[in-house]
Design a protein around this ligand. Structure first.
Ligand code: AMP
Length: 197
């Protein structure tokens, strides 16, 4: 199974990714996680992207495309993958299409979690509070002003991917405002229908 999960920050992509990974025995590929690991490792990529990430802006397309190309070619991704946080721009989506075509692969579906923007800030604040209560580290970009920037970038750069994948026929829109289990069940139903078709 090869999937893309689209949705703004706070839409619940992380939770649904975990569940899809377990159900289909596929690997999660999150460009955000890869970039945060590079920042933590203080390697060349990390040094280049640190400030961009903390502002809530997008890093250059070529950089994430090359990270994803490597990840897709890794043996662990042979059984399939779920892309979380990639593609984020139409250019990245086009690059992904080429990348998959060159390898004779195809996306099974692009799941879009649709959420009410007004609810996003509240959701992230809840996530931050929960992480803090558990003594976990909090992401530097989970701050209200940076979050507003991330949502604005989503609206401008990433929301157009909904039309892009509608045109390719891959899009599965899901109401992400429902409880997590209900969202999971709807994704499952839509995927089964897709696979059967
Ligand atoms: P995320 O964990 O997906 O919310 O990503 C955290 C941050 O990493 C984003 O706000 C961007 O600065 C950067 N980032 C992650 N994925 C991408 C991508 N596909 N294109 C550009 N920037 C990205």
């Amino acid at each position: 199974m090869r999937l893309v999960l689209l949705g703004p920050p706070g839409a619940g992509k992380g939770t649904q990714t975990e569940r899809l990974v377990a159900r289909y025995n596929i690997v999660p590929l999150s460009t955000g996680d890869m970039l945060r690991a590079a920042v933590a490792a203080e390697n060349a990529i990390g040094k280049k992207v640190k400030d961009t990430i903390s502002r809530g802006d997008l890093v250059p397309d070529e950089m994430v495309v090359s990270l994803i190309a490597q990840a897709i070619d890794a043996p662990e991704a042979k059984n399939g993958f779920i892309l979380d946080g990639f593609p984020r721009t139409v250019k990245q989506a086009e690059a992904l299409d080429r990348l998959l075509k060159d390898r004779g692969l195809k996306l099974d579906a692009v799941i879009e979690l649709k959420v009410d923007e007004a609810a996003l800030l509240a959701r992230i604040e809840k996530r931050v509070a929960e992480h803090k209560a558990k003594g976990h580290a909090v992401r530097s970009d989970d701050d209200p002003s940076v979050l507003r920037q991330r949502i604005a970038n989503y609206r401008k750069e990433t929301a157009p991917l909904s039309d892009y994948y509608q045109q390719t026929g891959a899009l599965l829109p899901i109401d992400g405002m429902q409880p997590m289990d209900k969202v999971e069940a709807e994704i499952e139903k839509a995927l089964q229908k897709r696979v059967a078709a």
